[in-house]
Design a protein around this ligand. Sequence first.
Ligand code: ATP
Length: 239
Amino acid sequence: ARNTRQLEVRDLTVRYGRLTAVESVSFTAVPGTIELLLGANGAGKSSTLKAIAGVVRPASGQVRIGDQDITGKPAWRVVRSKVVLVPEGRRIVQSLSVEENLLLGGYSNTEASSRDSILADVYDLFPILADRRRSAGGLLSGGEQQMLAFGRALMADPDVILMDEPSMGLAPVMVDKVFETVREIALRGIAIVMVEQNAAAMELASGVHVLEQGREVLGGTGAELRGDPRVASAFLGVS
Ligand code: ATP
């Protein structure tokens, strides 16, 4: 069935003790599109994704997927609601095989038959993972490990994927490939929220949200903000 559920984030606030890492951030992620969160180190991008994914508990605000309220739900419940995080640094299990890593992502997908068909679909999308399915995850290149992290997320049959800096640490040619893959994943009807520091990500984005000290200081469509010097200063961390 085609996904029609959108992710709605309203006035999301995250605190670590007395530090406010995210302050009243709001956006909507629509199936088939990419919503981009930009900002310098420490701007609150990862904390926003973690609060949506149930890795940290928001201090206030709301997160909804379709008509379901998932605010403050634990991570395993959020995954079951079809919202999946691809964390910074990919976090694949180095000693397990490619296929074992993929199957880990499908653990909440209890029916074996649908798990097998999703696995076949992931191998179609990423032939390199099929070729290397018995290799240890740790033997893959950085770009291949990012594909594996995407594949693992897809195993949960998600409506929303939260991606934390997928281009991090990759050679420029691999960055292009990873962004192309992100676009292909969105075209399957998945809503994507992507955190990036790489300006090339603007090309993919429907909506762009520039964060500074936890707040959205600039927002617009990808087309509106492409080439805007205020975005460049956000990348450089200059205010
Ligand atoms: P980066 O790209 O460096 O990950 P970011 O924009 O994702 O940056 P966050 O990681 O969300 O930013 O961090 C926002 C603020 O919250 C920073 O000041 C950071 O030091 C702080 N912070 C993040 N995680 C924690 C934590 N677990 N405990 C305390 N403070 C934290």
